[in-house]
Design a protein around this ligand. Sequence first.
Ligand code: E4P
Length: 218
Amino acid sequence: MKFFIDTANLDQIREAQALGVLDGVTTNPSLMAKEGITGKNNILKHYVDICNIVEGDVSAEVNAVDFEGMVKEGEELAELHEQIVVKLPMTQDGVKAAKYFSDRGIKTNVTLVFSAGQALLAAKAGATYVSPFIGRLDDISTDGLNLIDEIRQIYDNYAFETQILAASVRHTMHIVNCAKIGADVMTGPLSAITGLLKHPLTDSGLAQFIADYEKGNK
Ligand code: E4P
C-alpha cells in the first residue's frame, strides 16, 4: 500500500519524506488555506515546492465547479510539474473532466467519494485514483472501511485500474485496516503515519537493552 501524506505543510512533508516511506502527497483547498497559502500564484508555487520535496504523485485540486473551468484549471496545474495529479470533485462535471484528462494521459484523483456507485463512475471515467473519505463517513456513524471493502470488490470484479486512495484517514488503525482490506493507497496526517511506530513493548524492550549494554560495558 502506498503512503501519501494529507497536508500542505512543507515541514511535515519533509519529515515524512525523511522517514523514507512517503509515496506522495494530497492537498485540498482547506489544507492550503490552513497553511495560509492564498492567491493563485502562491498556490501554484506551493504545489511546485511540494513536488520538489517528494518523488511521487502530488494531488492538486481544481476550484472550478463547471467542466470548462475544471479543464482550464486542471491543464494549468498539470503543466506545473510532471508529478501533479489533477484532483476533481465527484460531480457530473467532475466525472466528465476525469474522462477528458484520462483520454489525454493526464493523471486524475476523483475526490469527495462517499459511495460505491460514485467510485464505479470514477473508474468508468478512467480516473487514476478514487478518494473515498472514510473518516468523514465514520463521523456520521457510517462504516467508512466498509466502503473501501465494497469498492475493492467492484474494482476486482472488473479489473479496473483505478487505484483506491483511502482518504480522510484519521489514525493508525484506519491505516492498518485499509491495508488489510487492500486499499492501494492511503492518505493521512503525519501523526497517523508516525503513530505506526509506537508500541510500549518496543520502548521498554529498548530501554532494557540499553541498560544491559551499559551495565556490561562499565
Ligand atoms: C483527501 O484527499 C482529503 O484531502 C482528506 O483526506 C480529507 O480529510 P478530512 O476528512 O480529515 O478533512
